[in-house]
Ligand binder design. Structure first.
Ligand SMILES: NC(=O)C1=CN([C@@H]2O[C@H](COP(=O)(O)OP(=O)(O)OC[C@H]3O[C@@H](n4cnc5c(N)ncnc54)[C@H](O)[C@@H]3O)[C@@H](O)[C@H]2O)C=CC1
Ligand SMILES: N[C@@H](CC=O)C(=O)O
Ligand code: NA
Length: 430
């Protein structure tokens, strides 16, 4: 039965995502009411620039005082799409103190200080939902928190940043320059307010921290995640990957150790074979594999960024928390009971593709091979091309500890016959 008294919603932030949230709330008001069992009322919209013309937004709802809005006391759900750490954190905790549930898209804050938010939600007896924070429109957070709550997840691996995937795709398939592709991603609403967060891997690392935490029922913070962005990936790397039948993707990889006693979380560019499903993830799409003991391998795929796709995830959460409120219930809170430690990157087992510029003379190959052997790293393939007394040597290793691999590269740099290390990239997905 439909309740006539509306549920009041406060929207914090009216940028790329907030605008789409407001639009869908208005255009789909009847459907949303029917699905929830009560109408929604957009009770206020906190913005930073009140004078800006916003199509379809009632100027009477706009305020610059976000704090007063969340303190009103009659707000049922606060949607936070401002981004950043402060004032978002204080606004969210204040919202819980004043009886609201919260839907947020803020991965940076959840990865930095999710515990504070969960604790505030718990104290207030309210919901904290954040499907939009990881992989945009793709249902991934709720499947991990709810559908897979009865299974044991061992690995989460995928592409979780739309902007960097868009840039790498454009560089690889359209020959675009890095800056040109980044500008395009920004214009399409994919990039963060400061795109450094995307290209330096902070955004993907925040998502990896959130995914590892909910997948392994532990706490993983942004600082626990090994992070490398795409700023050093060159067209030469992409061309070299192509020659090997691979492409380059920025991957987030969260793994439970084989003995089950620790976890690792990392974000870095990696070569993956063109035959791997992740290789065909184009533009700002995301794709994530989840490997669980009983379920086996699951793949989640879809739009990972952009106003409307992200708003879809926000609206889904809004419906869920509104239903909970009407039922007098709450959804899942933080589940971090395993308290598994996060191991350093050196413990990760992976493969390297190393491209070296070396002197083209007898014994160099043997010298290079000795360095690998001394570090306990086994070589899979070697390709050499010589020209004018210089040669380029491409070595692909078998799986080894990352610490041994980086020790090998360090030692190679110290050889007189090695003129330079042109590129080092991990190889995944084989
Ligand atoms: N754009 C995307 O594709 C996705 C974004 N997100 C997340 O959604 C959130 C919002 O992202 P976008 O909409 O893209 O950013 P945006 O920069 O377009 O929008 C944020 C808005 O918040 C406003 N704002 C900042 N401080 C404020 C304050 N104190 N009070 C009121 N308004 C304030 C800004 O003026 C801006 O209009 C971020 O946490 C972002 O990481 C998540 C998934 C995808
Ligand atoms: N900037 C992010 C937006 C979605 O989370 C991205 O590019 O993926
Ligand atoms: Na999502």
């Amino acid at each position: 039965m439909m309740r006539t008294r509306p549920l009041k919603v406060a929207l914090l932030g009216c940028g790329v995502v907030g605008t789409e949230v407001a639009r869908i709330m208005t255009t789909h008001a009847d459907d949303l009411a029917a699905r929830i069992g009560a109408p929604l009322e957009l009770a206020g919209i906190a913005v930073r620039r009140p004078g800006k013309v916003r199509d379809g937004i009632d100027p009477g709802l706009v305020t610059t005082d976000a704090t007063a809005l969340v303190k009103r006391g009659d707000i049922d759900v606060v949607i936070e799409v401002i981004g950043g750490i402060e004032p978002a954190r204080t606004l969210i905790t204040t919202a819980f103190e004043h009886g609201a549930s919260v839907v947020s898209a803020n991965k940076a804050l959840l990865a930095e200080d999710g515990t504070t938010l969960y604790d505030a939600a718990g104290r207030g007896g309210r919901d904290l939902y954040f499907e939009a924070a990881v992989a945009g429109a793709i249902p991934l957070v709720r499947p991990l928190r709810e559908s897979l709550a009865g299974d044991r997840v061992d690995r989460v691996l995928g592409i979780v940043n739309g902007t960097t995937n868009f840039i790498l795709d454009r560089m690889d398939t359209a020959g675009s320059g890095y800056s040109e592709a980044l500008d395009e991603a920004t214009a399409l609403g994919y990039a963060e307010a400061d795109p450094t967060a995307d290209v330096e891997g902070f955004d993907a690392a925040a998502k990896a921290a959130i995914l590892a935490g909910i997948a392994f029922h532990t706490r993983v913070r942004l600082d626990d995640v090994h992070r490398e962005g795409i700023t050093e990936v060159t067209s030469a790397d992409l061309a070299s990957a192509k020659r090997m039948g691979c492409t380059v993707k920025l991957l987030a990889i969260c793994e439970r150790a084989a003995d089950g006693r620790s976890v690792t979380a990392r974000v870095h560019p990696a070569m993956i074979p063109l035959s791997h499903p992740l290789a065909s993830v184009r533009e700002a799409y995301n794709a994530v594999f989840v490997e669980a003991e009983a379920a086996g391998q699951l793949m989640f795929y879809g739009p990972g960024a952009g106003g409307a796709p992200t708003a879809s995830a926000v609206l889904g959460d809004l419906v869920a928390v509104c239903r909970n409120r009407l039922a007098g219930a709450t959804g899942p809170g933080e589940s971090a009971y395993t308290r598994l430690p996060v191991s350093p990157m050196g413990d990760v087992v992976t493969r390297y593709h190393i491209s070296l510029d070396v002197a083209d003379k007898p014994g160099v190959l043997a010298q290079v091979a000795t360095v690998f052997a001394e570090h306990g790293v086994s070589i899979d393939t070697v390709r050499q091309k010589g020209k004018d007394g210089e040669a380029s040597l491409v070595v692909v290793t078998h799986r080894a500890h990352d610490a041994a691999l980086s020790g090998t590269v360090e030692a190679l740099r110290g050889l007189d016959t090695v003129r330079g290390v042109a590129s080092i990239m991990r190889v995944e997905g084989e």
